[in-house]
Design a protein around this ligand. Structure first.
Ligand code: ADP
Ligand code: MG
Length: 568
């Protein structure tokens, strides 16, 4: 008896914070959502030390009067819902009334707020104490969160490197900005501007301002209406594909949500357009009746339930491939991305590789993956400057093919297919011993050695600072076993956040580059036609593994326009 006590406020808030405030990006999410709920049209965000020391969110929204400002720090205090009825018709981003008290329980919070109608208020919340002062009456709210997790050392310790935390921060702020193109967002990290959106209401413009011109130009708009839901957004062309899912953005009524089944449907929708283990870059805005939605599944509101999920899934799988097929996926002179400077220099160093060298195994494997392809028919005409192949297309257009980029694509898919299907490993053909600098050896932890062994590369300590390769995937002999080992080891010791498939893919991409045909190599017409055919048989003939275009097309219309022959 007498064992139960009611927790004091501060402790209760800290426990709630455990669920809602996991890391700096959770603070950003809650504060920005509050600004949006308060009808802000300008939100300025700045953080230092990945948000550990300071997070500032400044908005020009409705603001609060002094009484509301004080109440806002109380648990379950919200202006957004009043009754059970409202809970099932939620139109705001927040409604639980938990964020501000939770944040204040694990940091030091200062808030300056004003409605524009009376004197403003400045509040300082620290350890369950709130101090208030009069402040400027400029409409809006400025919140500063300092020393996050100062009193929860376990949470603080659990935070990842600045690099990883900032990736999370950038992801959260970008998604909120994409979901609200009518609001101008400014985001700086350690005084360095990351992006600024104009708030003019165009999502494509926001995409351009956040990810750059290159990405915006490769986005195809799409839209679809159904009785219970509608969706619209931008589909990244296959060139933009990523090795992770971070750029698959789904917004439900402006809220960034995670719906595993919808994500699976989006991957399925792109299946015929991307090589295996690549993920699309896309932004899908879903609009549904809030009555069909349950947002109250998890305190962070990231997971939601939607009653028409199956119908939505089917619609996405039908509509997206059609939208992708309806557009030309070949780069046009106008939307070719700028080529990085280093490219030219790399080209000079590339080994020569005979075009007609037998390599049917890899091609065969690739061909099994190709199920559908728009029919493109190209006939080689000539070679330009020992670098580009000129070809005519079936509809009278001219296509320029970069022979090096084309070869890179062919080799990349060949090696990737081999890496995927051939799980066999064996001792290397020639024994491989690698020497390491002590500084590097320290980075090669047991954990990393274990990860390498999962890819078939087994290393054994072989005396001071030396390792012996015990086994290696058989396919690596296709490229260069020693280079494969040193590059994979080099990549893994310098990376925090290990995505072994990505590391392997990068290694394969760089190998494909080194083995590819260099510029200034004369080709016969037969060689050119063979190269084109092999390129067209790849999963993504339009770009090289580094995302540069392999071909540029001028349609007959483009040509006529350039010769000013249009109009008759
Ligand atoms: P919730 O957003 O779930 O209501 P919060 O703890 O995040 O709970 O915020 C509590 C209340 O404080 C909100 O309901 C809102 O009335 C007020 N508030 C918070 N931030 C702002 C802001 N930036 N501008 C205006 N009002 C705000
Ligand atoms: Mg809130």
């Amino acid at each position: 008896m007498g064992k139960i006590t009611v927790l004091d406020n501060n402790l209760a808030n800290m426990i709630a914070a455990g669920e809602v405030i996991e890391r700096p990006s959770s603070v950003l999410k809650e504060l920005i959502e509050n600004s949006l709920d308060a009808n802000a049209t300008v939100v300025e965000i700045a953080i230092t030390d990945a948000g550990r020391t300071k997070i500032i969110v400044n908005d020009n929204g409705d603001g609060m009067d002094k009484d509301d400002a004080l109440l806002a720090f109380k648990r379950h205090a919200t202006s957004k819902i009043k009754s059970e009825f409202d809970l099932f018709r939620i139109k705001t981003l927040g409604f639980r009334g938990e964020a501000l008290p939770s944040i204040a329980s694990v940091s030091q919070v200062t808030m300056v707020t004003a409605t524009g109608l009376s004197t403003g208020t400045q509040l300082e919340a620290f350890e369950d104490q709130i101090k208030s002062l009069d402040a400027s009456s400029k409409k809006g709210t400025l919140i500063t969160v300092s020393e996050l997790f100062y009193n929860t050392p376990a949470r603080l310790k659990y935070l990842k490197s600045d690099y990883v935390e900032n990736a999370n921060n950038l992801e959260i702020v970008s998604r909120l900005a994409l979901g609200h193109p009518d609001v101008s967002f400014t985001f700086s990290i350690d005084d360095k501007l990351q992006f600024k959106t104009s708030g003019r209401g165009e999502q494509l413009e926001a995409i351009m301002q956040i990810y750059g011109h290159h990405v915006a130009k490769q986005m195809l708009p799409f839209a679809y209406k159904y009785p219970d839901f509608s969706f619209s957004g931008y589909l990244g062309k296959p060139d933009l594909a990523k090795s992770n899912r971070y750029y698959m953005i789904t917004l439900m009524n402006g809220r960034h949500v995670y719906m595993p089944k919808i994500q699976a449907a989006l991957i399925e929708a792109y299946r015929d357009f991307l090589p295996p283990s690549r993920f699309p870059f896309l932004i899908v805005n879903l609009t549904v009746d809030p009555a069909l939605l349950d947002v109250n599944v998890h305190p962070s509101k990231r997971e939601i339930r939607f009653t028409k999920e199956t119908e939505l899934k089917d619609a996405l799988i039908t509509v997206i491939p059609k939208a992708l097929l309806g557009s030309s996926l070949i780069a046009t002179p106008l939307n070719v991305a700028k080529t990085p400077q280093t490219y030219r220099q790399d080209r000079e160093k590339i080994e020569v590789m005979s075009l007609l060298e037998p390599s049917p195994d890899g091609d065969k494997v690739i061909n099994q993956h190709v199920e559908k392809r728009q029919s493109i028919n190209l006939t080689a005409l000539a070679q330009l400057a020992g670098t580009f192949i000129l070809a005519s297309s079936h509809d009278g257009g001219l296509v320029l093919i970069d022979q090096h980029a084309a070869m890179e694509r062919i080799n990349y898919e060949k090696y990737q297919a081999l890496a995927m299907t051939d799980a066999y490993t064996s001792a290397p053909l020639v024994p491989i011993i690698i020497d390491m600098k002590p500084s590097e050896e320290r980075l090669l932890t047991d954990e990393k050695i274990e990860i390498l062994s999962k890819t078939g590369l087994v290393l054994k300590n072989f005396g001071p600072h030396t390792y012996q390769v015990v086994s290696i995937p058989v396919w690596a002999s296709e490229i260069d076993e020693r280079m494969y080992v040193t590059e994979l080891v080099d990549q893994i010791i310098h990376q925090d956040n290990i995505d072994i498939l990505k590391i392997r893919d990068d290694t394969i991409a760089s190998k494909s580059c080194k083995r590819s045909l260099k510029a200034n190599q004369k080709l016969t017409l037969l060689e050119m036609q063979t190269l084109i055919q092999r390129l067209l048989n790849t999963n993504n003939p339009y770009s090289c593994p580094h995302g540069r275009p392999t071909m540029i097309s001028f349609t007959s219309y483009d040509l006529e326009k350039m010769f000013k022959r249009t109009g008759f």
